[in-house]
Design a protein around this ligand. Structure first.
Ligand code: 16G
Ligand code: MG
Length: 540
């Protein structure tokens, strides 16, 4: 095997002057820099699989909402979760090894982690629609071949579909089986669960889905075929921005990130006033809703609004099913969640809120501490996870009334509808559509559940973002010294003010968030805090 690894690695040499880091979403950068990284991620996948006794590891090649010329790669653990933390460091180490040291570093990891090289390694992989994908897949396959790994190529998939398939592969034939191990199995599971959850109800009007010209487009078209088979179209889906042939159109003036940051609909959207729209990102693990209100203009229904909608609906169902006492329901957010949403969950819904650092893995982990853990980042990454106790209760609780039976039935359907492995734009969309159908709500009624505090996000370029160190789920700075006290002083002068600064995990910048009771105060607070950070970040 050693000779094979050496020979293969010579075809995938590392750019000398580059330092790579496995960040919150794996490795991500300009695609032309990724060849050696993807090759080495293949080596890590083989090691990880062997370490876990030959369980299957997922490898996804995507750069999500980044521009078309970027790409990225990330690893998926056996139950469909994000890669375990300590392995991010091993991946980084291997990605940065000099070509001549690569085998040595590989071997030392094998030894340090007590990995049996004889164990069969297994990997499944897929990619999004980027033009650079096929060449990067070849680099991955070279590593899998060199390490004698068994693999399956799932070609084009959304990121959550790969998470789903990883879990299905590892649970196949066990009582924990998560579904049929095929893309078709994914559509069947979702569409069947959707029909059960909808109970013959219909949503008000159509939903326009912007697929960011990414892999979500063809996959949603496929899903719609299954939905049509089952229900006589309980939901009317209009698909836009589904061109995956024009490479340069990916995430260009469309997609979840565009809509969230620009606070406007993609120019290609033809939806009229009060018509529901949603946007996926380039790999369909993120979704946000929006609509145009004739009085107030563009209205965003972001991750916070999806989380509160889901928590309120599931909370009601748990009460109707008489499970509210025995199941712990909670909401997990990050510091970016609008203060009004946190207040709404705690005060109006009466549910606990936990705050974690940014990044899906932190939220997901915290959500699993609840029986029903609803987690969403404001930017639209999120899902709802059910504990084994909750699933058991949904199936074994004896109903004492038809209403209770109906609630249990819906809860069981939701548990199948909602992707348990990771936030999934397609599954989340069907969840939102289900809830709106049950409540017979237009987007306007959903929007009115609470009013967001005006807020502002500022990106501050600094020389060294690592000088900014935070605590308390990124809500407070511990370094540079004294800066937090200055921020606190500014915040105290503003009504309902809140502000924090943190180093970005994906680019060389510090992000400042501020909110307050008025637009003017929020903007002013954000620019003053950004000014302080800029001063601290200069010259260091
Ligand atoms: C990554 C994270 C996303 C987070 C973003 C923050 C995953 C899959 N993705 O894209 O959840 O919101 O980073 O970026 O975890 P930032 O650190 O640059 O603000
Ligand atoms: Mg994404």
């Amino acid at each position: 095997m050693d000779g094979k690894i050496l020979a293969a690695s010579s075809k995938h040499t590392k750019p000398v002057d580059r330092v790579f880091q496995y960040g919150t979403a794996g490795f991500r950068m300009k695609a032309n820099l990724l060849d050696s990284v993807v090759f080495r991620v293949g080596l890590v996948a083989a090691l990880r699989s062997r370490k876990l006794g030959g369980q299957t590891i997922g490898v996804m090649i995507t750069a999500s909402h980044n521009p078309p010329e970027d790409n990225g790669v990330k690893l998926v653990d056996p139950m469909g979760e994000m890669l375990e933390n300590s392995w991010e460091a091993y991946s980084t180490e291997l990605a940065n090894a000099r070509d001549e040291d690569l085998l040595k570093v590989y071997k030392s990891l094998e030894e340090k982690l007590k990995i049996n090289g004889e164990t069969t390694a297994r990997v499944i992989y897929a990619r999004d629609t980027r033009a650079s994908g096929p060449a990067l897949v070849r680099a991955l396959v070279d590593a899998l071949d060199a390490t004698g790994t068994e693999y399956t190529d799932y070609k084009l998939l959304t990121t959550p579909q790969l998470h789903y398939l990883t879990r299905c592969t590892n649970t196949e034939g066990t009582p924990q089986s998560y579904g049929d191990v095929s893309e078709k199995g994914y559509y069947e599971k979702l569409s069947e669960a959707f029909v059960r959850a909808m109970k013959g109800k219909k949503t008000v009007g159509a939903v326009t889905v912007d697929c960011a010209n990414g892999v979500g487009g063809p996959k949603l078209h496929e899903l719609v075929k299954y939905l049509k088979k089952g229900s006589e179209g309980g939901v009317d889906i209009k698909i836009i921005n589904d061109d995956v042939l024009k490479a340069e159109s990916l995430n260009h003036e469309c997609g979840a990130d565009f809509v969230k940051t620009k606070q406007r609909a993609p120019p290609t959207s033809k939806a009229g006033n009060n018509e529901r729209c949603c946007s996926l990102d380039g790999d369909a693990d993120r979704i946000i809703y929006y609509f145009n209100d004739p009085e107030h203009g563009f209205r965003l229904l972001d991750g916070d609004k999806i989380a509160t909608l889901a928590a309120s609906f599931i909370g009601d169902l748990a009460r109707e099913a008489r499970l509210a006492e025995e199941l712990k329901i909670g909401v997990v957010q990050t510091a970016y969640a609008n203060g009004a949403s946190t207040k709404y969950v705690e005060k109006s819904l009466g549910l606990p809120v936990v705050c974690t650092p940014t990044g899906v893995k932190w939220l997901h982990h915290a959500a699993t501490k609840f029986d029903v853990g609803v987690y969403f980042e404001a930017n639209g990454h999120g899902t709802v996870v059910f504990s084994p106790q909750a699933l058991k209760a949904f199936h074994t609780k004896e109903p004492e009334s038809p209403a209770q039976a109906a609630a249990l039935n819906t809860l069981r359907a939701l548990a199948d509808l909602i992707n348990q492995t990771v936030g999934d734009a397609l599954s989340d969309m069907l969840l939102v559509e289900t809830i709106l159908a049950h409540k017979a709500w237009t987007p306007r009624e959903w929007d009115l559940t609470y009013v967001d505090l005006p807020n502002r996000l500022v990106r501050v370029e600094v020389k060294n973002r690592n000088l900014f160190k935070t605590t308390d789920a990124e809500r407070k700075l511990v370094e540079p010294q004294g800066l937090q006290e200055q921020i606190d002083a500014l915040v105290s002068k503003v009504r309902d003010g809140r502000s924090f600064a943190r180093a970005s995990g994906t680019e060389d910048a510090v992000r400042v968030y501020a909110e307050a009771v008025t637009r003017g105060e929020a903007d002013d607070l954000a620019s003053k805090v950004a000014g302080l950070c800029r001063q601290e970040g200069v010259g260091s």
